[in-house]
Design a protein around this ligand. Structure first.
Ligand SMILES: NC(=O)c1ccc[n+]([C@@H]2O[C@H](COP(=O)([O-])OP(=O)(O)OC[C@H]3O[C@@H](n4cnc5c(N)ncnc54)[C@H](OP(=O)(O)O)[C@@H]3O)[C@@H](O)[C@H]2O)c1
Length: 161
């Protein structure tokens, strides 16, 4: 049976992914069990366990707050450095990484839509950080999926928080 590590399983996306993947051999540690920004803990978690797939549903997704200079370090930590670390660990441990990105990597001005390999053109810090995460995954991992999404909604969605 496929062994899957799901990160961010308490979030909007993570809860939905967890419901789909519970039929597999699924590990879904909470933030208090495995903080993805603690790279030493991540490394030892990968050394102690083996997975076929790692699905990263963590990320900094407060688009407006991401613009504030005092938040930039945290934005890039979550959206670039964490995916980069996961990509390196997946490469070292022969597993496939699933990373979620955003339509914000483009400026949205192309009326014909975008192909997968269209040139990046982010217009805000959030988009720049998601772009940096995509690039870091592609550069550090040979088996990966990057899934670009727009606005998520579903159970637990709070439009006004
Ligand atoms: N929401 C959207 O409309 C949207 C659109 C496009 C792309 N995306 C992308 O989709 C992904 C998931 O978004 P989402 O809306 O589901 O996010 P979310 O609801 O904010 O959930 C984030 C998840 O990450 C966990 N997390 C945060 N920091 C962590 C840390 N240091 N260590 C371990 N876990 C941590 C959170 O745990 P806690 O419960 O402990 O906080 C939570 O489970 C992100 O990459 C986001 O950029 C989202």
């Amino acid at each position: 049976m496929l062994k899957v590590l799901l990160l961010g399983s308490t979030g909007l996306l993570g809860r939905a992914v967890k419901a789909e993947f519970e039929k597999y051999d699924l590990e879904s540690p909470s933030r208090s069990e495995l903080d993805v920004t603690d790279f030493a803990s991540l490394e030892s978690y990968f050394s102690d366990n083996s997975f076929d797939f790692v699905i990263n549903c963590t990320g900094y997704n407060a688009v407006d707050d991401a613009e504030k200079p005092e938040n930039h370090e945290e934005v890039f930590l979550h959206n670039e450095k964490v995916p980069e670390m996961l990509a390196k660990l997946c490469e070292a441990h022969n597993c496939t990484l699933v990373q979620f990105s955003s339509d914000y990597v483009f400026d949205g001005e192309n009326a014909d839509g975008y192909s997968e390999d269209a040139s990046y053109d982010p217009i805000n810090v959030y988009g720049q950080s998601k772009m940096a995460g995509e690039v870091a995954v592609a550069e550090n991992c040979s088996k990966y999926f990057v899934i670009r999404m727009s606005w998520l909604f579903g159970p637990g969605f709070n439009c006004c928080k």
